[in-house]
Ligand binder design. Structure first.
Ligand SMILES: Cc1cc2nc3c(=O)[nH]c(=O)nc-3n(C[C@H](O)[C@H](O)[C@H](O)COP(=O)(O)OP(=O)(O)OC[C@H]3O[C@@H](n4cnc5c(N)ncnc54)[C@H](O)[C@@H]3O)c2cc1C
Length: 430
């Protein structure tokens, strides 16, 4: 018989050696175990989601209004703040941001988006702004706990959703005044018109398509930037969505994210036929996809947990419905799909934070999978709850309505598949 203790010692010694070598080389060892900071943040956000967000979910879904008091509660505990975002982002593994989003959206997605919608504007300023612009505008997206504010990121237009190259909103430079003049209409903007700070993607040279886009900050109270129609929605109803109109909207030259010199250099490169590093809107989406996937996961997990508890309580034909293989297998598959999606989300978040190139569109994969899992899991949850699942007395129908947007915004499922198929094949799939 082999001496297992010797084998164990050898294996441990080898592991230690391998770990110390990789650590010495500055490479963190692979682990899926969360560190104490991550666990603490997860618990903190979960506590807020359970104690404050969930109890308010039904009311704000029915009212279809921005839940200002809940956002203020989040600001008071520091969750809705520049500092919290910075802390989530600072985690070198990249996992804290998706973990916090999953927990918050587990509480409720509509309120979750009312709290996190600002992050899209922040991501754009963070990704494309100069340090001065970040310092000036990001805090203004949040305001203070006594006077909370919101940010809005406006790329989509009535005729430019999936195809951002169709953006017609124009930005023209008035050299004499060092001002940019914006004209156009933005559609479906989260927090559009009620935000303190709007980030607008506009075309500075239409002939260049999406490579001629730039991102502009519209400071609070700027004339010519107005809310259009507020959209009534299928789900995510506590989150405000509206058109934004820009009519001769003048902003100082300093509101161009990244600055004019950088823009001129980039446009010159494009005009010479050289590859531009990235496009304004696409940069923001690429960085935010795993986070958006994590939000979908939160909804899916909430519906799965609700359905599991229900199936263990509900009796038909003299037994718990979970004792039927049909129900139990559905629940097993729901759990399986959620966990699989989370691994894709964590991988993409980790890659993004390490600065790894998404060779196979791993960011898109994570959002695609998590969004589709959320729609499927929430639909199954309704089925498991039967008639109750279909009523507004039980939360799974709301979760199902909320989940659907995750196959539409930040790139529809079809667009994610397009991105992935192009990445893996090298062909320009249409
Ligand atoms: C609640 C909500 C919040 C939003 N928040 C924001 C926001 O904050 N900021 C913002 O800028 N935008 C926002 N949007 C807009 C959102 O990003 C767009 O709705 C989305 O990108 C899809 O664009 P579209 O609606 O024009 O659909 P379309 O582009 O018209 O697509 C319609 C259908 O055609 C398919 N399709 C299109 N092109 C192709 C193709 N090449 N191959 C295969 N299929 C294709 C699509 O997948 C889809 O199924 C929001 C939308 C909603 C509903």
């Amino acid at each position: 018989m082999a001496d297992s203790s010797v084998a164990d010692v050898d294996a441990n010694a080898l592991l230690d050696e391998a770990n110390s070598t990789s650590e010495a080389q500055g490479e963190p060892k692979f682990t899926l175990e969360l560190n104490q900071d991550q666990k603490d943040i997860r618990e903190w956000v979960h506590g807020f989601a359970e104690g404050v967000v969930r109890p308010a979910a039904e009311e704000w879904d029915e009212r279809e209004e921005t839940p200002w008091p809940v956002i203020q509660e989040a600001a008071k505990i520091g969750l809705y703040s520049f500092e919290a975002m910075g802390q989530f982002w600072a985690d070198e593994t990249g996992l804290t941001l998706p973990i916090a989003n999953e927990e918050l959206f587990w509480g409720d997605a509509g309120i979750g988006m009312a709290i996190m919608g600002t992050a899209l504007a922040v991501a754009a300023i963070f990704g494309q702004g100069t340090p001065e612009q970040m310092g000036e505008w990001i805090p203004q997206c949040f305001g203070t706990p006594d006077d909370v504010k919101l940010g809005a990121f406006c790329a989509s237009e009535p005729d430019a959703g999936s195809d951002v190259s169709g953006i017609r909103t124009s930005a023209k430079y008035d050299e004499a005044k060092d001002e940019w003049v914006l004209n156009g209409q933005k559609a479906w903007a989260t927090n559009g018109g009620i935000a303190n700070v709007h980030v607008i993607i506009a075309s500075v040279d239409r002939e260049l398509g999406s490579r001629g886009h730039a991102a502009f900050v519209i400071p609070p109270g700027t004339k010519g930037c107005e809310q259009g129609a507020k959209v009534k929605k299928h789900g995510l109803r506590a989150s405000h969505t509206a058109d934004v109109h820009l009519d001769d909207c003048r902003v100082p030259g300093s509101c161009l994210l990244g600055g004019k010199e950088k823009l001129d250099e980039r446009l010159a490169r494009v005009r010479e036929g050289k590859k531009s590093k990235s496009q304004a809107a696409m940069q923001t989406f690429e960085a935010s996809r795993p986070t958006v996937g994590a939000q979908a996961l939160g909804i899916a997990r909430a519906a799965y947990e609700y359905a599991l508890d229900y199936a263990k309580e509900r009796e038909q034909f003299g037994k718990k419905i979970v004792e039927n293989q049909a129900i139990a297998f559905d629940l097993a598959n729901m759990k399986l799909e959620i966990d699989a999606a989370r691994l894709l989300v964590w991988r993409a978040a980790w890659m993004g934070r390490q600065g790894h190139k998404f060779e196979n569109a791993e960011g898109s994969m994570s959002k695609l999978k998590a969004g589709e899992v959320a729609v499927w899991v929430t639909e199954r949850a309704i089925q498991i709850l039967g008639g109750n699942g279909y009523t507004r007395e039980f939360p799974v129908e709301r979760m199902h309505r909320d989940s659907k947007i995750y196959t539409i915004f930040e790139g529809t499922s079809e667009i994610q598949r397009l991105v992935i198929s192009r990445a893996i094949s090298g062909f320009h799939i249409k």
